[in-house]
Design a protein around this ligand. Structure first.
Ligand code: NDP
Ligand code: 2IT
Length: 447
C-alpha cells in the first residue's frame, strides 16, 4: 500500500514540486483514498486520482486598473477549473496578496471533494487574485473588480462555472463583479453566488459557512451524547466565517472566548456576547477596522499581538481564518488544555502533523471539506432558487442547510469509522467525496 501511495505522490511531486500547499492537500487525500481504490476493482488501475489532480483548465490573466492617485496597477487573476464531472465548476474567489497557483489549486482540489459531499450537483473550481483589498477605497475595489471580471466573464456562466466569495471577497465585491458580468453579457443570470438579497441572493448564504461549521461540530458532539451548550469555544479569524460561527455558538448556549486577524488575537474571559459580536461585525464589515480595536471598547479583554489563539484553554476550537494556521505544537497545546473537538471553518487550517496529533488523541476532528461545506451548499441552494426564479424563507434555507450538514456527517461516518469505532472524519470525507466524482468520471469515459 505504502508503495502505491509513494509511486502516486512521486508522479504528482514531479509535476507540481514547486506548489507546497497543493501537494499538502493531495497528500492528505492520497493517503486515505488510495487504500480504498486498491481494495475496489472498479476504481483500481484507471488513474482516476491522477486525472483528478490535474485541473481541467487553469486560466491566468492580467488585471490592470487605475488607483485613486491615478497610478496604473497590475495584478494577476486566476480561475482554476478543477473538475466538472458532477456539475458546473463551483467555488470561491480569493483576493489576498498570498494568492498564487499553488494556493488556488489546493483550494480547487479540496472544493471538488467538498462539493461532492454536499449532495448537490456541483463540480469544483477556485479563483482569485494577488490583489490586496486592505486599505483600498470603495472606488478602488470597484475598479479592480470590474477589471477582473472584464476578463473572467469569458470563462464562466451559470451552466459552466459559478464563482462566489472567499477571503477578501464578500457581498460588496460580488456586487461589483456581478454588475460588470451583467453589462458585458447583457443577461441577468445566477452566474455568481453570495449576491445581495434584492438581486438574486439567498437568505442564510452570508451565515451559512459559520452556521454549518457549528452544526457539524454539534453533530460530532452528539455522537458522545454531548453538545455545544456550556462549552468554552475559541475561534480564529474575524471575517465572514468566524463571525457567523460565533453567532451560532452563542445561539446554542456556548461561550466564545477569542477572535483574531492576521495581526493577533483578542481574548475576552467574560465571553464575546451578542452585543460584543454586533460591535465586531460593525468594526470588520462596515468600518473595515482591525480586531485589536475590540479592547478599546471592552478593556477587560486582552489583545495578544502576533499570536494565534490556540494557547487559550477551551473545550472546542474552530479555526476560521486561513490555511496552516494551526500547527503541531498548537494541536498539542489544545490537547493538553483539554480540547475535545476541533471543527475547521477555514480550508486546510490544520497542518498534517496537527491532524495526526488530534487523531492520535482520538478527539473529534472535522476537516474543512466536510465541516465548512455549508457555505458552498447554500450557494447551491442560491443557484436552485435562481433557476426557479423564486426565493425561499430563512427557515426553509436554514433547515436545508442543517439537513445537508447532517447528511455530510452521515457520509463521513459511513466511510470513516475505524475498527475500534473511532470516526476518522478525514478518511470519511475524502472517500465519500471521491466515490461520487469517480463514479461520474468512469461513466463519462476518458475525457
Ligand atoms: P474573510 O476575508 O471574511 O476573513 C478572513 C479572516 O481570516 C480575517 O479575519 C483575516 O484577517 C484572517 N486571515 C486571513 N489571512 C490570514 C493569515 N494569513 N493569517 C491570519 N489570519 C488571516 O474570509 P472568510 O471568513 O470568508 O474565509 C475564512 C476561511 O474560510 C478561508 O480559509 C476560506 O477559504 C474559508 N471558507 C470560506 C467560505 C465562505 O463562504 N466565505 C466557505 C468555506 C470556507 P486579516 O483581516 O488580518 O487578513
Ligand atoms: O471554500 C469555499 O467553499 C467557499 N469559499 C465558498 C464557495 C462557494 O461557491 O460558495
Amino acid at each position: 500500500m505504502k508503495q502505491n501511495i509513494k509511486a502516486f505522490l512521486d508522479q504528482v511531486r514531479k509535476r507540481n514540486g514547486h506548489e507546497p500547499e497543493f501537494l499538502q492537500a493531495v497528500e492528505e487525500v492520497a493517503e486515505t483514498v488510495i487504500p480504498y481504490i486498491v481494495k475496489h476493482d472498479i476504481y483500481y488501475g484507471k488513474n482516476i486520482l491522477l486525472r483528478m489532480v490535474e485541473p481541467e483548465r487553469l486560466i491566468s490573466f492580467r488585471v490592470s486598473w487605475v488607483d485613486d492617485r491615478g497610478e496604473i496597477q497590475v495584478n494577476r487573476g486566476y480561475r482554476v477549473q478543477m473538475n466538472s464531472a458532477i456539475g458546473p465548476y463551483k467555488g470561491g474567489l480569493r483576493f489576498h496578496p498570498t494568492v498564487n497557483a499553488s494556493i488556488l489549486k489546493f483550494l480547487a482540489f479540496e472544493q471538488v471533494f467538498k462539493n461532492s459531499l454536499t449532495t448537490l450537483p456541483m463540480g469544483g473550481g477556485k479563483g482569485g487574485s494577488d490583489f490586496d483589498p486592505k486599505g483600498k477605497s470603495d472606488n478602488e475595489i470597484m475598479r479592480f473588480c470590474h477589471a477582473f471580471m472584464s476578463e473572467l466573464f469569458r470563462y464562466i456562466g451559470p451552466n459552466t462555472d459559478v464563482p462566489a466569495g472567499d477571503i477578501g471577497v464578500g457581498t460588496r465585491e460580488i456586487g461589483f463583479l456581478f454588475g460588470m458580468y451583467k453589462k458585458l453579457r447583457n443577461e441577468f443570470t445566477g452566474v455568481l453566488t453570495g449576491k445581495g438579497m434584492s438581486w438574486g441572493g439567498s437568505l442564510i448564504r452570508p451565515e451559512a459557512t459559520g452556521y454549518g461549521n457549528v452544526y457539524f461540530a454539534q453533530k460530532m458532539l452528539e455522537t458522545k451524547n454531548d453538545s455545544i451548550e456550556g462549552k468554552n469555544v475559541i475561534i480564529s479569524g474575524s471575517g465572514n466565517v468566524a463571525q457567523y460561527a460565533a453567532e451560532k455558538v452563542l445561539q446554542l448556549g456556548g461561550k466564545v472566548l477569542t477572535l483574531s486577524d492576521s495581526s493577533g488575537y483578542i481574548v475576552d474571559e467574560d465571553g464575546i456576547d451578542t452585543d460584543k459580536l454586533a460591535f465586531v461585525m460593525e468594526l470588520k464589515n462596515v468600518k473595515r477596522g482591525r480586531i485589536s480595536e475590540y479592547v478599546e471598547s471592552y478593556p477587560n479583554a486582552k489583545f495578544v499581538e502576533g499570536k494565534t489563539p490556540w494557547g487559550e484553554k477551551c473545550d472546542v476550537a474552530l479555526p476560521c481564518a486561513t490555511q496552516n494556521e494551526l500547527q503541531e505544537d498548537d494541536a498539542k497545546t489544545l490537547l493538553k488544555n483539554g480540547c475535545i473537538c476541533v471543527s475547521e471553518g477555514a480550508n486546510m487550517p490544520s497542518t498534517k502533523a496537527a491532524i495526526a496529533a488530534f487523531h492520535k488523541a482520538k478527539i473529534l476532528f472535522a476537516p474543512g471539506k466536510a465541516s465548512n461545506a455549508g457555505g458552498v451548499a447554500t450557494s447551491g441552494l442560491e443557484m436552485t432558487q435562481n433557476s426557479l426564479r423564486f426565493k425561499w424563507s430563512r427557515e426553509e434555507v436554514d433547515s436545508k442547510l442543517k439537513e445537508i450538514m447532517s447528511d455530510i456527517h452521515k457520509s463521513c461516518t459511513e466511510y470513516g469509522k475505524d475498527d475500534d469505532g473511532y470516526v476518522d472524519y478525514v478518511k470519511g470525507a475524502n472517500i465519500a467525496g471521491f466515490v461520487k466524482v469517480a463514479d461520474a468520471m468512469l461513466a463519462q469515459g476518458i475525457v
